[in-house]
Design a protein around this ligand. Sequence first.
Ligand SMILES: Nc1ncnc2c1ncn2[C@@H]1O[C@H](COP(=O)(O)OP(=O)(O)O)[C@@H](O)[C@H]1O
Ligand SMILES: [Mg+2]
Length: 695
Amino acid sequence: MTTPIERLSNLVVGAVESVSPVEVRVLLDLDAPHTTALNTGTPAAFPRLNGYLLIPNEAGATVAYITWIGIEQSPYPKRSGFKDFGLIDLPFPLRKMSVSPVGTLTSRRDRASGTTKYELSRGVIAFPSVGDQVLMPTPEQVEAIVGARDTDKRVRIGSSPMASNAAIMVDPDKLFGRHLAVLGNTGSGKSCTVAGLIRWSMQAAEKAIQGAGKNGAPNARFIVLDPNGEYAKAFADQVDKLRLFRVPPVTVGERPLDVPAWLWNGHEWTAVAHAQPAAQRPLLMQGLRELKSGQMEGVPREAMIRRYLVSYSTRISAMLNTGTQTFAGGARQRFECARLLETIASDCTQFAGEVEQPNSTELATIATTTTAVVNSRRSGSYFNDFAIADLESVRDALNTLVQTLPDMGSAAPISEDAPLFFNVNMLAEHLERVATEQGGNLAGFISTLGLRIRGMLADQRLGAVIGHDPPTSFDTWLKDYVGDNGASNGPLAVVDLSLVPSEVVHIVVSVLARLVFEALQRYHRSHDQSLPTVLVLEEAHTFVRRGKDDEGPATTPTQLCREAFERIAREGRKFGLGLVLSSQRPSELSPTVLAQCNTFLLHRIVNDADQNLVACLVPDNVGGLLRELPSLPSRQAILLGWATPIPVLVEVDELPEEQRPRSADPDFWDVWTLAKERGVDWSAIAKDWSGQNEP
Ligand SMILES: Nc1ncnc2c1ncn2[C@@H]1O[C@H](COP(=O)(O)OP(=O)(O)O)[C@@H](O)[C@H]1O
Ligand SMILES: [Mg+2]
């Protein structure tokens, strides 16, 4: 009986000629096959560039892939020692190859089935030596090299053109568990690959469930952040599995995108408000804490009201300090005074309805007297001087009432980051109160912030996204976006960001990413195991942009967004959160995030900077494989990293037209030649743009 390795000797195609750590040169036998090899049992293509060869050694065989094939003119015949001067050396063409060792193939005889099993392991145990024989792998060996036979690799993503179209399988635990980057030029097939990965993973999971005799749908969680709005089309056939979120107005089968402003944490508010660290930030945080706690059960409404009343009283005092006998400011000051009194009156009327007796009556009385004071000074749209005594009496009434209301200090402290509902419309006004109470001069900041918040909420598209009315409860939000118990509402959430106004898309994405991360972190804390979830980010270079090293804490939404993803990249794995990043500009991506990606699917990359960057990410000995990157056809990609023992070229399985993401390629010709209709209604667009549309 021949040993497996002995049988291999029929497959010899050449011998090792020279060895260096980076390159092994092989001299092919004169009778080695050229294009089609018959010596493997079945006709197989003779290995081409990036194909595999084996160099047997004591541990099994070293797997090497071909980086160069050529013909060198050498003197013939090869002679050792002396030179026969009677012979004329004619140049003779010899076929040679450069190969790079990438792994080790070992064989194991399976007694039960009587077959030989091959296993590929990462790394080269022994470098070949000069004179070692070089073999062509048999089809089974090729399959073992690319991992087609691996039973614990569960999802087929394509085939290997370099290994007689053997199936390329991946293990989702490895692929998603340690973050995946799909890189390549526009149109190289990234989106199709990502859509395929999701679809094929779910199909494989369904099959495995059936195979195990169970019923039920996969308990999977994919969240796709889709800035181009491509993925809805790719999963249009999966209505029962898909939750599609779009900027309102939405149609049947779509849900309104909802990233409420009350869910933003202190950090996110600071970035949106451009709050300066010294005075503005603490003020903003205090305001948020108070508003959030105001809605908490157990904190009496009286405590909030007390705070308002204190602030009114302080503001009146501040005004009084500027006058003498009568409050004789300019017209503007008188107007402001009237405005303040009117606010007091209307708030007190409102508060009166919210509290018990006798405070209710007290508040109503203050409202009445204050209204009377304003009205007594009104003359048309102007105001006469206010009497100091009048203002003092309002202030004193406020102060008296404050004595009877409970102090806020006793309430449990609430973090500004807590996801508690509050009325965002009240933020600017509330900050104004806090500011006057503290006596700081932050009027400029508050009014700009107020304007910005009001502007955002008034914006037809944005207002609907950040101020959804009625507010969604937090647990419903989590069910919607992260997925319900047992993924009963479907394994896939696609968040279409294409209509989110560009000035806020970063904050929306960073809030979404942070909430998903923190939700899984909390899940892990309470269950002591992780809830496997995949977060897909398309066009990653716009959201996790490379930053400067010396940047301090994030102050803009763009930085915030990067921080959120850097955190997921660093820590997500612990909580079962896997990232899939897709980008056409890897050189613009944050190095922190890229460095944490353990698996890469590299599509065609033409740009120099991007190629260089990618070359730095991979181990030295596969550098040659990457030289092929600029010439990869679409659908082909190089898979390397954690999910595969050695880098392999994959031809990604073909997705039928209706399962592909909507291509961004514009169809000029079809529109020009009337093959596709393309009507224009600018007046509708103009209306929508200028916000005149009926909501
Ligand atoms: N796996 C695939 N199956 C079918 N067609 C593909 C596949 N990959 C790429 N393509 C073709 O390439 C085009 C561009 O792919 P796409 O995924 O949109 O590229 P990218 O996201 O990199 O810009 C698609 O419209 C499709 O025609
Ligand atoms: Mg794309």
